[in-house]
Each structure stands twice: as structure tokens, then as C-alpha cells.
Design a protein around this ligand. Structure first.
Ligand code: NAD
Length: 694
């Protein structure tokens, strides 16, 4: 039974039982209505208490029902709430823990609410591009006031019950057992025989509601470009302030339906579910138990090794970090400390926390320090010879069962695994720079990687708050392999007539956090240069614009050399268009006898984004990514793809694959048209009228 009923001292206690978060699925809704009906007819029952089993009251809608017919099947949540509200016997909700979304809306339908002081309550719907659709926008302002309600609903952020004590939301906020407190309260109420209060009947009081709403609307509008939901939340609160309750509910309903169908909400929900789906791997069920990881080793204290170590220190895991020389080691440790101290300056960490984390870090020059590590992540130079020497040493030193991970960006993880006698324990853990900040972690599954090794990496990703996506072995894995095609198109556009600042502006207007050339300057153009030099030998058929090489030949590596695609000035990180680079690009077009033409922003966006899509389709058909949403999550979490567009594959689905293919065929007739050979999967899906994510 998803709802347990106990009779305690004349009070029916209904306990929601739908782990993990007591989501309000169809079975629970049905059972609640039936239990309420039974209680009405039972003369032994004077009052009803509703509470949550486990540590949560209710996380709201049952996400397993999303996009399934059950989610809309009666009794819907508004019906359940109406039943609670019209109960002839007092209904008291005992909030024992988290009450989010529909969970809080259900509580708002009760006559009384008692909460434990550290319970978090909130209406997070806006984060999925929608608004609370079961009366939340109308009842919450009546209970906590217009301003608090607006802040909660527009931000979606939860608030501790203790902070809302003293509002009409809670009749009591307690530190003791909340069900016991609710039972005491229920008996008092039942004895008093007072008329049952309904939140819907309360007035919203505010000295200047219209002024506050106008101000909020302007502020929210300025802060939420690209997202329609926050403004609709303000409008729904305005409806609560201005209209009778039922008219307000009707407004909320219409706004909800309108928002659910916006591309922005579809994209945000796609990302929400995609992120959860990414953590599930088809052939790894719950029977595969992750290995225990209590001690971590990191090899290399450079750019990546330091940031990688911080992730584990932050999670309370001891890290031993190995370098080849004292100087590099000292530099690496100093950088970690400096990063932490910057967090102290920003008020994100206390000095004590910094010392606690630094105390977990053991710097050493000896591989012996890695003997008892359960996981060792290598972040040394990107070179097979160096990787080989590291992994051969690890093979002799690491304890049996230790997981050996490489942070390589481009090398073959299977070849690295073969440097050891235990390839089943080897995988890639590809962090992104800065590794202590960037959310994405590509977990690279080698041909021989054991299932429990993969499961361990996924579990660890969760522990260090990363978004993990599993990739098969290929050059560049999911993210960088696609990025290469995107960067190639950006280069071809320069040959044909565009300038870096125009390309960047077009991509940033599309919504990327940073255009390709600013990104190159940040990451260092020499990295791509080194990769291209390898490609010129390994894949001579792969063409690139020469402009990036010409740039590097002049030492313009990017921010680190003070000049790259742009000029940089001391003490200022702004990118200034460079006359030297413009001259270089224009001269290059002349050298290859290409007449420069005006290129529109639409073409720039299409070519860069569809280059991602086409390579993404190949990655999908090769099985390097298991599902299209994995690719989208990589781009959302690691490459600054605009969240309201849901990732490249979802974006292509939204445009329609037939249309995407049409555009690609157009581009195929232009300069470097061979780059536009459509992936067979794209042809297949477009022809069948299907989409990547269906
Ligand atoms: P880096 O040059 O900043 O750091 C590498 C460090 O490894 C140096 O401090 C070096 O002294 C040390 N080292 C070299 N050989 C060693 C050995 N045998 N034992 C111990 N330490 C040794 O390089 P990085 O940018 O941190 O890159 C490291 C790895 O991470 C590479 O494989 C790279 O492809 C990958 N990676 C880099 C980025 C990035 O943006 N920089 C992103 C993802 C992955």
C-alpha cells in the first residue's frame, strides 16, 4: 500500500510510502482519496494527520510517471487537494522532511500544518520551465505573504521551515517528533470544534501589492531572458493578488499548460531526465556493486591534477598527489591552496574548512605513496610514452583491485589499459578544465573495463557532484570529437569571409556561454595546434583552415601569451578584436584564392551547430554514446550549450531532422563541402520522420 493508515487515539494517521521521495503517483493519489473517504464515514475518527514515511514528506510529482498517461489520470493532484480541503474532519499535515512542489501544494490544501523545523519546503517547478500547477501560486502567497511567495516561486529554491515559522503556513514548527506534535494538535482542534480554516479563503495583505508586482516583473524580466517561466510565475502571483481564488486557479492552470508546451520547458525537462538517464548504463544493474573507494591517488600536479584532487578533498576523501620534481609539486600544492583561499575571500569556505581539506592532501615524489590507494587518476603529459611509463609503474605498485584511471583527452584508453596486466581495472575519467569547477565528467569505458569499475566511477562522480556521462573509446570521446567538427567549421568561416568576433558574437547570441575563438584563447590555441600536427600525419584527408596554425606560428596562443584570436591587455580579461589577426585572415583568403563574402549570423550558427549534430549522429550510431540525451548532457554540462535549447541533438530534433539535413545539403555545395557528408543515422531518421531523442 502506498499509503498506510493507523488509528491513533481517534486520529487517522495517513503515512505516504512511495520511496525514494514519496512522489505523488497515481496509486498514492487514489489511496489518499479513498482513505479520506473512509475517515469521513468512520465515527471513531475525529481528525486526520497526513505525513511522509522515511525522511521526506514528499518530493512532489512522481517523476517516473512523467510523460506517461498516469500523470494526468484522475484523481489528479488538484482533485486530491480539493478532497482534503472539503473534509468535514480536520486535516493536519505533519511535514517530517522535504516538501517540494506537489508535496507543498498538498500541504497547502490541508486545514493545518505542523512542521519539523529543519524541513525544507519549496516550489521548484520553475527550474523545469513550468510553474506550480496544483494551486501553489495561489495558496502560497496567502500563507506566507506575496513577497516571500514570489521569491520562492520565481527562484524555485527551498526554504527551511524554521525560517517560515510565524507565517500562516505553519501552525506549529517543532524540534520534536512531528507526528506526535500533530496528534496533540489534532486533539486540541477536534475538541475546540472550531470552523476548519482553508488557505483559499485567506486574503493576501500587502501595503502596495501593485507597486511590488510591477517592480518584480521588471526585475524578473531583466534577469530571465530566454526563459518564459519566471515571468509567468510573477503573473500568476499577480492573479492571486488581484482575482478571486477560483479565477486565480484558472489563470494558473492556463499558464501551466502554456508553459509545459514551450520549447524551453521541453528542453529543461529533457536535460533533467537526461542527466538521470546518463547515470544509468544498460548492462549495469543494481546487482553490480561499486568498489569501496576511501583513498585516492593523483599523478601529476599540473593544471588538471590539482583541480581533480580538489574534488576529492572537498568530498572528504584523502588524496596522495605524486609529481616528478619538488618544484612542480610545490607549485601544484600552492595552486590548490590559492584556489581554496579565493573561495574563502568569496565567503564560500571558512579558513577552518580550507585547513581540513589541505590536511587530507599528501604531496609526494614517490609512487610508493600510492600503494594503498583505491583509485588512482593519472593526469600527466598527453603522450603515450609518458602514459606508458606511468601505467607500467602503477601496475607494479597499485594494490590488487585498485582502479587505474586516465584523464587523457585524446589518447586510446584501450592502449593505455594494455600497458598494465589488469586492463579490467582501467578506464578513462575525463575531467574538464578547471576540474574543480566544471560539472562534466566523461567516464570512458574501455573494451575490457570491468562492470564494477564503471559502476564505481559513476558512484564517485555523484559523490564529488559531477555530471557523469559514459563514452566509448574513440578519438576525442563524445565531447571533443564533436567539438573538432565545430571548430573546423569556425575555421572555414574565417577563410570564406567571417572574422573571429563575428563568429563568436553569433554563437553567443545563439546562447553559447562563449564563442569558439574566445574559447580557444582561454584553453590555449597551442593545444589544438598539437592535435592538428598529429592529424596531418594520421588523417591527411581531414582538412582544416590554416588560419589557426598561422596564428600559433606567431606565438598567439591565447590569454596565456596575452594575444590569440584577440588582443588582451594587462589586468583586463576582455577580448579586443585584433587588427593583426584580421590582416592575417584576409591575407590567407587571398593566398588560397577565395573571394571573401558577407556571411550571415544564421549561416554561422547553422554550420557550427549542425557540425556538432552530424558528428553526434555518428557517435550515436557507433555506440560511443548509448543515447542521444547523453550527448546533450555532455554539451550542456561541459561545453556551455544554451540550456534552454536542450543540447545539440535535442535542438536538431526541435528544428526537425528533415530541415537539418536540408541545411546540410545546402552547405555541402559550398566551400569544404565534403565536411557535410551526412551521417547514415541522420539520413535514416530524417527519412523516417523520426528524431534522435524519440
Ligand atoms: P600539465 O602539463 O599542466 O600537467 C602535467 C603534470 O604532470 C606536470 O606537472 C608534470 O610535471 C607532471 N608529470 C609528468 N610526468 C609525470 C610522471 N611520470 N609522474 C608524475 N607526474 C608527472 O597538463 P594538464 O593540462 O594538467 O594535462 C594532464 C592530462 O590531462 C593530459 O592527459 C591532458 O590531455 C588531460 N586533460 C587536460 C585538460 C586541459 O584543459 N588542460 C582537460 C582534460 C584533460
Amino acid at each position: 500500500m502506498p499509503v498506510h493508515t493507523d488509528l491513533r487515539d481517534g486520529v487517522a494517521v495517513l503515512t505516504l510510502d512511495n520511496p525514494p521521495v514519496n512522489g505523488l503517483g497515481l496509486a498514492i493519489r487514489r489511496e489518499l482519496v479513498e482513505a479520506l473517504e473512509r475517515a469521513q464515514g468512520d465515527s471513531a475518527i475525529r481528525a486526520i494527520v497526513i505525513t511522509g514515511g522515511g525522511r521526506v514528506f514528499s518530493g512532489g510529482a512522481d517523476i517516473r510517471e512523467f510523460n506517461r498517461p498516469e500523470s494526468g489520470q484522475a484523481p489528479t493532484l488538484p482533485t486530491v487537494i480539493a478532497e482534503i480541503e472539503r473534509s468535514s474532519k480536520p486535516v493536519i499535515v505533519a511535514i517530517n522532511g522535504l516538501a517540494l512542489g506537489g508535496g507543498l501544494e498538498l500541504a497547502l490544501g490541508a486545514h493545518y500544518r505542523v512542521a519539523v523545523s529543519d524541513a525544507q519546503v519549496g516550489l521548484p517547478e520553475v527550474k523545469l520551465g513550468i510553474l506550480p500547477g496544483a494551486g501553489g501560486t495561489q495558496r502560497l502567497p496567502r500563507a506566507v505573504g506575496l513577497e516571500t511567495a514570489l521569491n520562492m516561486i520565481v527562484s524555485g529554491a527551498p526554504v527551511a521551515a524554521s525560517k517560515l515559522a510565524g507565517t500562516r503556513l505553519f501552525d506549529r514548527v517543532v524540534d520534536a517528533d512531528v507526528v506526535t506534535a500533530a496528534l496533540v494538535f489534532a486533539n486540541e482542534i477536534a475538541q475546540s470544534g472550531a470552523a476548519l480554516p482553508r488557505v483559499r479563503d485567506w486574503a493576501i495583505e500587502h501595503d502596495n501589492a501593485e507597486g511590488f508586482l510591477a517592480f518584480s516583473r521588471a526585475a524578473v524580466e531583466a534577469a530571465s531572458a530566454h526563459y518564459p517561466a519566471p515571468l509567468k510565475c510573477v503573473d500568476a502571483l499577480a492573479a492571486a493578488a488581484r482575482l478571486p481564488f477560483d479565477a486565480g486557479i484558472a489563470f494558473e492552470r492556463d499558464a501551466f499548460v502554456a508553459l509545459v508546451n514551450t520549447p524551453e520547458s521541453r528542453a529543461l525537462r529533457h536535460a533533467f531526465f537526461g542527466e538521470r538517464a546518463a547515470a544509468k548504463v544498460a548492462d549495469i544493474g543494481s546487482e553490480v556493486k561499486p568498489r569501496d573507494v576511501r583513498k585516492v591517488g593523483v599523478i601529476g600536479a599540473g593544471t588538471m591534477g590539482g583541480g581533480i584532487s580538489m574534488n576529492f578533498l572537498n568530498a572528504g576523501l584523502p588524496v596522495t598527489i605524486v609529481e616528478t620534481g619538488q618544484e612542480a609539486l610545490d607549485r601544484g600544492i600552492a595552486t590548490i591552496r590559492k584556489n581554496y583561499e579565493n573561495s574563502v575571500k568569496k565567503g564560500k569556505l571558512s579558513a577552518t574548512q580550507v585547513e581540513q581539506r589541505m590536511a587530507l592532501l599528501t604531496p609526494t615524489l614517490s609512487y610508493d605513496g600510492l600503494k594503498d590507494a583505491d583509485l588512482i587518476i593519472e593526469a600527466v603529459f598527453e603522450d603515450y610514452a609518458v602514459k606508458e611509463s606511468v601505467f607500467r609503474q602503477l601496475d607494479t605498485i597499485a594494490k590488487s583491485g585498485a582502479i587505474l584511471a586516465s584523464n587523457t583527452s585524446t589518447l586510446d584508453v584501450d592502449r593505455i589499459a594494455a600497458f598494465t596486466s589488469r586492463p579490467q581495472d582501467v578506464l578513462g575519467m575525463h575531467f574538464f578544465s578547471p576540474a574543480n569547477v566544471m560539472k562534466l565528467l566523461e567516464v570512458v569505458r574501455g573494451a575490457k573495463t570491468a562492470k564494477d569499475v564503471l559502476a564505481t566511477a559513476l558512484a564517485l562522480a555523484k559523490a564529488i557532484r559531477k555530471t557523469a556521462v559514459v563514452s566509448g573509446v574513440c578519438d576525442g570521446f563524445i565531447g571533443n570529437r564533436m567539438l573538432e567538427q565545430y571548430i573546423r567549421q569556425a575555421g572555414f568561416l574565417l577563410d570564406e569571409g567571417a572574422l573571429p568576433q563575428q563568429v563568436d558574437r553569433a554563437m553567443e547570441n545563439f546562447g553559447f556561454a562563449m564563442g569558439p575563438f574566445r574559447m580557444g584563447d582561454l584553453a590555449g590555441n597551442d593545444i589544438g595546434w598539437a592535435i592538428r600536427k598529429r592529424r596531418y600525419v594520421e588523417k591527411p584527408q581531414m582538412t582544416y583552415s590554416r588560419t589557426a596554425d598561422l596564428l600559433c606560428e606567431r606565438g598567439r596562443y591565447g590569454q596565456k601569451t596575452g594575444k590569440g584570436w584577440y588582443d588582451y591587455r594587462a589586468g583586463d580579461r576582455a577580448a579586443h578584436p585584433s587588427a593583426e589577426v584580421e590582416a592575417l585572415i584576409v591575407q590567407h583568403s587571398r593566398d588560397i584564392e577565395l573571394e571573401r563574402r558577407e556571411i550571415g549570423d544564421e549561416e554561422i550558427v547553422e554550420r557550427l551547430v549542425y557540425a556538432l549534430v552530424n558528428e553526434g549522429a555518428r557517435i550515436l550510431e557507433e555506440g560511443v554514446a548509448a543515447k542521444a540525451s547523453d550527448i546533450d548532457i555532455v554539451y550542456l554540462a561541459g561545453y556551455g550549450f544554451p540550456p534552454w535549447r536542450g543540447g545539440p541533438m535535442f535542438h536538431a530534433d526541435t528544428v526537425g531532422l528533415y530541415n537539418v539535413l536540408g541545411a546540410m545539403r545546402r552547405h555541402a555545395r559550398g566551400y569544404q563541402g565534403l565536411a557535410w557528408t551526412p551521417a547514415p543515422l541522420l539520413l535514416l531518421l530524417a527519412d523516417a520522420g523520426k528524431s534522435f531523442n524519440a
